[in-house]
Design a protein around this ligand. Sequence first.
Ligand code: S3P
Length: 440
Amino acid sequence: MTVQKQTKIVHPGGFTGGVVCVPGDKSISHRTALLAGLSAGTSEISGFLQAEDCLNTLKAMESFGARSWIDDEGMLSVQGTGGKMIEPVGPLDVGNSGTGMRLLAGLCAGSPIQVTLTGDESLLSRPMGRIQEPLQQMGARVDLTPQGTAPMTIQGGQLHGIEYRLPTASAQVKSCCILAGLYATGRTTVLEPIPTRDHTERMLRAVGAPIRVEGQFISVEGYGPQGPKFLARPYVVPGDFSSAAYWLAAAAAIPGVQVRAEGVGLNLRRTALLDVLRRMGAQVEIERTSAPTDPEVYGNVTVTGAALNGTEVSGDEIPNLIDELPLVAVLGALARGRTEIRDAGELRVKESDRVAVMAENLANMGVQVAERPDGMVVEGSATVAPVKSIRSYGDHRIAMSMSVLAIFSAEPVCIGNVACVDTSYPDFWKQLSTLGVKVE
Ligand code: S3P
């Protein structure tokens, strides 16, 4: 991130709803950069998210020997390495992105190269022991700080397949193990405690990798140290459901207002927010437009608002809306009655401690909220008190979720340190204005 301090003033009211086309899915964009960068030949990727996080992953792939360029229509071309990674010159800075760091670590662990991965202040405080453990079991050397954080130096080596039971449900750790498994000898099997987003599995299947999913066991047969021989292919990145979520949630809380998000990813491991919106009382319609042969499901979603009621979100649902939980807390404030988020301790190790930060921000806006070790309880009253300013803590999802709440305030709200929004949704403010809200 270049600019650290920047403030937006969101004026209350005005949200009219409408049709939105959100930018490409962040998780899928990271993975296409990796797979295209690994393949032999030039892959064309439409819908790639041109935001800081994914561009950093692309840059990292260039340091391993890939080349990339983007045309005027936003089509990304990646000329891959053919599987053989060269040692980068100097450390790779992946900025704010946990996905970038954890997936790249897995990808380079099976090559005879030394790689140092670093990032911004937020990323350097996040737990990396969770990938160090399986990668070391497979035979790589992974050095971290004494706190178990990055900068991380990986000395890649000859890997062997392992069976690994994930201690926490994490698509990033699962994907790290699977990508390392591609360069291992033998089979790598990951058991996940709760199903998490499966973009890596779907994409690997699409490029013909020997990957098998049986219940919560995911196995990949390794290609050995020479790595996989994937061929370049076209990729289509659907719109990011997590970006559409802000507009769908805003509409949900205003009776009669409608938002239609077009061309958005509808992978069930990402869209649990829609179930939550239905439970709270909003109307949700889904129209699938992807072909049955497409690796990812996508289509159009229309949400019509209503007077919302509180709900409970916990258990298996959590990984399927992990990035939308700050927004669920916002919806809780806008609903009547209690909204309870449980089993979401992972929220504390995201780009910020999203439990603490949301509890503080909501309390500042007069919302009754109790912080719990693994979530929070919000007592909604369908109104929020005027407040002059709120903090984003440099976390894009906090800045955007709180901007949605600001629409419902009686006074303009200053949201500080919003440069972080550029990591995932650079056009967020423009889109907010298009939907009728005045932003300065
Ligand atoms: C992601 C997985 C999730 C999510 C993150 C993106 C991914 O993290 O919060 O924004 O692309 O795999 P965890 O897998 O660590 O929960």
